[in-house]
Design a protein. Structure first.
Length: 418
């Protein structure tokens, strides 16, 4: 007759499964070239952070092998409950850097909201909540995602049941809190991804109202690739002796080869067609500066015979969700979008970004180009430059201390393919 499992045998089983998953993560490691912004670590292991075995199991099952530099620097500090201001390049593991300590610190036995993770866009909310669920798969935690554009009634019904962690856009969670549905008085952890965007004029008043609803002994973690003046002002006002992590001094666009093609406006589609025929594209994201141009370009690309989706802020939310999910799943090779898609979206297979319309400022350029070369892998950025863009090109090169070279007749695959 089978004997019931004891606590020791259960722990041994979890430990054994965790070790097996760690070996699987190691075995999954491929031969792709990675840049130093994810490889230049101090040699830490996830076990060094003394995380729960169940959390380690989720980490290794997700395929994480070792902490990246931003995770190595941030996780031990965040586990102490300290405020953090962390800056690192896009695609170096920032999301896990705040999700892992959040999952570790939340107590599944308490049926209350204990952590709020804020993001600026709906797509990023879906992505971040998915990361939380995958990493916390064995923790028995309830993670909820909420954002505008979806039925408020569904969120209200969900909050009648236990929720431990909420991933949200600011306006929607403030609405739920003001209605007395989302009770935040026990929420001691506030994480903010893409903090520079969240602290722009559009969001900052809402963020400050939300902070007023949290307990006095809260922890605030700010993560972003860029920190303008607004972030410093917020830090001085709300953060208490924050631990500063800055891994951006020399790693802004490492691993991404950048080129420009000087063209007339009417030549852009022809140039794009040539790029599609010559490049080895796993998946590409093509940026336009307006919603109308997104839809027109997607139609042109489809007429040229290439698989293409498009996404922008004026689409119905259900349609946006479907496009985002299908592109991440690899059901389409090319995605045309507006700057909606520049913030934190992580699609590992994207190895080429094309600026069909060149951006107006270096911050937008940085976030767009950061959609390729995720987690230290190689990427390619092609910029279609008209006569009117030439000064912007020069200014962005100066501000980012980078060089965008004229496009060669042949782009070596080794620059962007692993």
């Amino acid at each position: 007759m089978a004997q019931p499992a004891t606590a020791n045998s259960t722990n041994a089983s979890i430990a054994g499964a965790t070790e097996d998953l760690k070996q699987l993560a190691l075995a999954k490691r491929d031969n792709r070239i990675q840049t130093e912004d994810v490889l230049n670590t101090k040699g830490s292991e996830f076990e060094d952070f003394f995380l729960k075995r169940e959390l380690l199991r989720g980490i290794y099952e997700k395929g994480f092998e070792k902490p990246s530099p931003i995770q190595e620097e941030s996780i031990p500090i965040a586990l102490q409950g300290r405020d953090i201001l962390a800056r690192a390049k896009n695609g170096t593991g920032k999301t896990a850097a705040f999700c892992i300590p959040t999952l570790e610190r939340v107590d599944s036995s308490k049926p209350e909201i204990q952590a709020l993770l804020l993001v600026p866009t709906r797509e990023l909310a879906l992505q971040t909540s998915q990361v939380c669920r995958e990493l916390g798969k064995f923790l028995n935690l309830e993670v909820m995602v909420t954002f505008g554009g979806m039925p408020l009634k569904d969120d209200i019904m969900r909050l009648y049941n236990t929720v431990h962690i909420i991933v949200a856009t600011p306006g929607r969670i403030l609405d739920l809190a003001n209605k007395g549905v989302a009770k935040l008085q026990a929420c001691k952890i506030l994480g903010m991804d893409e903090a520079d965007k969240l602290l722009s004029q559009e969001f900052q008043p809402v963020i400050e109202q939300l902070i007023g609803l949290l307990p006095a002994d809260r922890q605030i973690m700010l993560f972003s690739a860029t920190f303008p003046v607004t972030v410093k002002q917020f830090k001085d006002k709300f953060l208490r002796k924050p631990y500063i992590v800055n891994l951006m001094s020399e790693l802004t666009l490492k691993g991404i080869s950048q080129f420009y093609a000087f063209v007339e406006e009417r030549q852009k589609v022809h140039c794009l067609n040539t790029l599609f025929s010559k490049l080895q594209i796993n998946q590409s994201i093509i940026f336009c500066n307006s919603v109308n141009r997104v839809e027109l370009l997607a139609k042109k690309i489809t007429e040229l015979g290439y698989s293409c989706f498009y996404i922008h802020a004026k689409m119905l939310q259900n349609h946006r969700n479907r496009v985002f999910h299908d592109f991440r799943s690899g059901r389409c090779r090319n995605l045309v979008c507006s700057d909606l898609f520049t913030r934190g979206i992580d699609v590992q297979a994207v190895n080429v970004v094309i600026n069909f319309d060149f951006p107006k400022n270096s911050e937008t350029y940085l976030h767009r180009v950061g959609r390729s070369g995720r987690f230290g892998h190689l990427g390619l950025a092609i910029n279609l430059i008209t006569y009117d863009d030439r000064m912007n090109l020069f200014r962005i090169e100066q501000e980012l201390s980078t060089e965008i070279k004229p496009i060669p007749s042949v782009i070596e695959k080794a620059l962007y393919c692993s």
